[in-house]
Design a protein around this ligand. Structure first.
Ligand SMILES: [Zn+2]
Length: 265
């Protein structure tokens, strides 16, 4: 891993950079990212975050290709340019102190839900209780390149965990890169479920408030995230999506994967 030199908690940044690179490659493998889209990770206590070089392939990105960028868009560490849609990350990180990691993707399936009259993407699958507060749609179909556009998107996102972007894509926010990755997998599963119901000619039956309440009683989000992260990292290494040497720093230990209970309530 490349040594970092500007003194912003180098070791922590490298963990963030490695996790962001792994999540990016795995999201390409899961067809949630492709030639575009990006993940950012906040550096706690600093108005700065980690994000990949904009022009580098999402399928081959590594921690050494991650930049540290401040809230003015200035590159503090690394060389070359961040993605052009960086105002998405800057303005959401500024507006949402609770958010640690952000994904912006142009996933076709999500975009479809911004282009159907009378259809709203809703929580269908159990894991989609994550989006019970709603999934708003931002009306700006262009690429988000100015602070004004980024602020408008952050406003549309509001307190929610996901925002669709009309004819363009989606943005997800979460408490960590691992959580963000797992949310992205479940977001796609949920959109697929609703689309399959629509394609069957049926009226989708989203989760009711009572069902969501029951699901959340049985939920163990932190443990679930570790379980899926373990699965996808191992799958990624086995299938050559991730280099072998990333196994040790990324695979959770057996201790981390041991439950002390089976639900949180
Ligand atoms: Zn975009």
């Amino acid at each position: 891993m490349q040594a970092r030199t500007t003194g912003i908690t180098p070791q922590a940044n490298d963990t963030r950079a490695l996790e962001a690179a792994a999540a990016t490659r795995m999201l390409v493998a899961e067809r949630i990212l492709d030639y575009s889209g990006h993940i950012s990770v906040r550096i706690p206590g600093k108005d700065a975050f980690v994000i990949q070089i904009g022009s580098n392939s999402r399928a081959e990105v590594g921690p050494e290709q991650m930049l540290v960028v401040d809230f003015d868009g200035k590159v503090l560490e690394g060389e070359r340019q961040p993605p052009s849609e960086i105002p998405i990350h800057i303005e959401i990180l500024k507006a949402r102190p609770d958010v640690q990691a952000i994904l912006h993707s142009h996933m076709e399936l999500a975009i479809a839900f911004t282009m159907m009259e009378g259809v709203t993407l809703q929580p269908m699958r159990a894991r989609a209780s994550r989006w019970k507060s709603g999934i708003p749609i931002d009306g700006d179909p262009s690429h988000i390149k100015t602070p004004e556009q980024g602020k408008a998107l952050a406003k549309t996102l509001g307190p929610h965990h996901a925002v669709l972007m009309r004819a363009h894509g989606l943005t997800l926010v979460a408490e960590s890169v691992q959580a963000l990755f797992v949310d992205a997998v479940h977001f796609k599963e949920n959109a697929t479920a609703q689309m399959q119901a629509l394609q069957a000619g049926a009226k989708p039956l989203p989760l009711t408030d009572a069902e969501i309440e029951q699901i959340e009683k049985m939920e163990m989000r932190d443990w679930h995230i570790k379980k899926l992260w373990n699965y996808y990292i191992r799958k990624g290494v086995t299938e050559g999506v991730l280099p072998d040497e990333w196994s040790k720093p990324l695979i959770p230990t057996a201790e981390m994967l041991t439950r002390d209970r089976t639900y949180d309530a």
